[in-house]
Design a protein around this ligand. Structure first.
Ligand SMILES: NC(=O)C1=CN([C@@H]2O[C@H](COP(=O)(O)OP(=O)(O)OC[C@H]3O[C@@H](n4cnc5c(N)ncnc54)[C@H](O)[C@@H]3O)[C@@H](O)[C@H]2O)C=CC1
Ligand SMILES: O=C([O-])CC(=O)C(=O)O
Length: 338
């Protein structure tokens, strides 16, 4: 009886290490797993019961991280992979690949200042994904997300493996911040709060839609403007507080774990899994845009529209388009000329 249920779930075996519920096997890789985000994200993915195999890849230091995390008595088997020659093994059979590989900002830098280093890193990793796990859902964390996602798309197109339903820029941290800041201002329970955040993932391209926030609080316009600015500058707030020691890592690991969990639930057929993400889109005239996305067995099931916007949000939407367009074009150009 159990076996027949098992076979019906995407042909995957269900029982490993005594895990006794009908949850399919899922392999997740974290690329950049020894870094500031990678380590806590590895921990959180190890705690996720939907993961059966966890592959931790970096150019250095993954054996230690993998040995450490592997002692936790949760479902998944953990393996560490180090150096390019082990990347293929890390990726083979992956259902979800999470990419926090690359350099973080220092005070005074924009996310776009990371382009020169991170674009090449992302390009290399995506070429390997196209080769070793072309069907995996890719969760792009590396900045500038507004450019790294288009780079990944171009790499996959060139390799003939592009499926727009399987490529995601992770913008969950913007949602996490918007929820936290809104709850503080509106004096509502943060656990009940929902706020869509659309656009992209840098400065004014981050557009929280507080007019759609629930529970409703009817905050005055000046509070909405302050909340919007704080959400847009949330990354910079952390970069400045860390004073040269990097950018958000712990809150990003939390956000990355939420988004990867949503991807896994979608793959497993859980209905109505909706998260905001920067994806290929026709919601605006821009080819990529963050909005609410319904996740399913093939990744993006439906890109949801923006819903009704306030006048302030309409202005924000128009103001962000030129910057987002140029970041997208920069990524596409890089991928096609190098
Ligand atoms: N999407 C988002 O909301 C956020 C994105 N980020 C971005 O995430 C990235 C990583 O940030 P941190 O973890 O703080 O940096 P980090 O420097 O602490 O860690 C990065 C890791 O990537 C590894 N790495 C470098 N090249 C690699 C390659 N070719 N293959 C595999 N691994 C490689 C490094 O060895 C290092 O362990 C940055 O680009 C940062 O801007 C950070 C916070 C939020
Ligand atoms: O601000 C940064 O450089 C890192 C990031 O993307 C964020 O914290 O939102």
């Amino acid at each position: 009886m159990f076996r027949s249920v098992a076979r019906s779930v995407a042909g995957k075996n269900l029982l490993r290490r005594g895990y006794a519920t009908a949850v399919p096997e899922r392999k997740v890789a974290v690329l950049g797993a020894a870094g500031g985000i990678g380590q806590p994200l590895a921990l959180l993915m190890k705690l996720n019961p939907l993961v059966s195999q966890l592959a931790l890849y970096d150019i250095a230091n993954t054996p230690g991280v993998a040995a450490d995390v592997s002692h936790i008595n949760s479902r998944s088997e953990v393996a560490g992979y180090v150096g390019e020659e082990q990347l293929g093994k890390a990726l083979e059979g992956c259902d979800v690949v999470i990419i926090p590989a690359g350099v973080p900002r220092k005070p005074g830098m924009t996310r776009d200042d990371l382009f020169n280093i991170n674009a090449g890193i992302v390009k290399g990793l995506c070429s390997a994904i196209a080769k070793y796990c072309p069907n995996a859902l890719v969760n792009m964390i590396s900045n500038p997300v507004n450019s790294t996602v288009p780079i990944a798309a171009e790499v996959f197109k060139k390799a003939g493996t592009y499926d727009e339903r399987k490529l995601f820029g992770v913008t969950t941290l913007d949602v996490v911040r918007a929820k936290t800041f809104y709850a503080g201002k509106a004096k509502v329970n943060v656990a009940d709060v929902n706020v869509p955040v659309v656009g992209g993932h840098a400065g004014i391209t981050i557009l929280p839609l507080f007019s759609q926030a629930t529970p409703k609080a009817n905050l005055p316009e000046e509070d909405i403007k302050a909340l919007t600015k704080r959400t847009q500058d949330g990354g910079t707030e952390v970069v400045e507080a860390k004073a040269g020691k990097g950018s958000a890592t712990l809150s990003m690991a939390y956000a990355g774990a939420i988004f990867a969990d949503a991807c896994l639930k979608g793959l497993n057929g859980v209905p109505d899994v909706v998260e905001c993400s920067f994806v290929q889109s026709t919601v605006t005239e821009l080819p990529f845009f963050a909005s609410k996305v319904r996740l399913g067995k093939n990744g993006v099931e439906e890109v949801l529209g923006l819903g009704p916007l306030s006048e302030y949000e309409k202005e924000g939407l128009e103001s962000l388009k030129p910057e987002l367009k140029s970041s997208i074009e920069k990524g596409i150009k890089f991928a096609n000329q190098s």
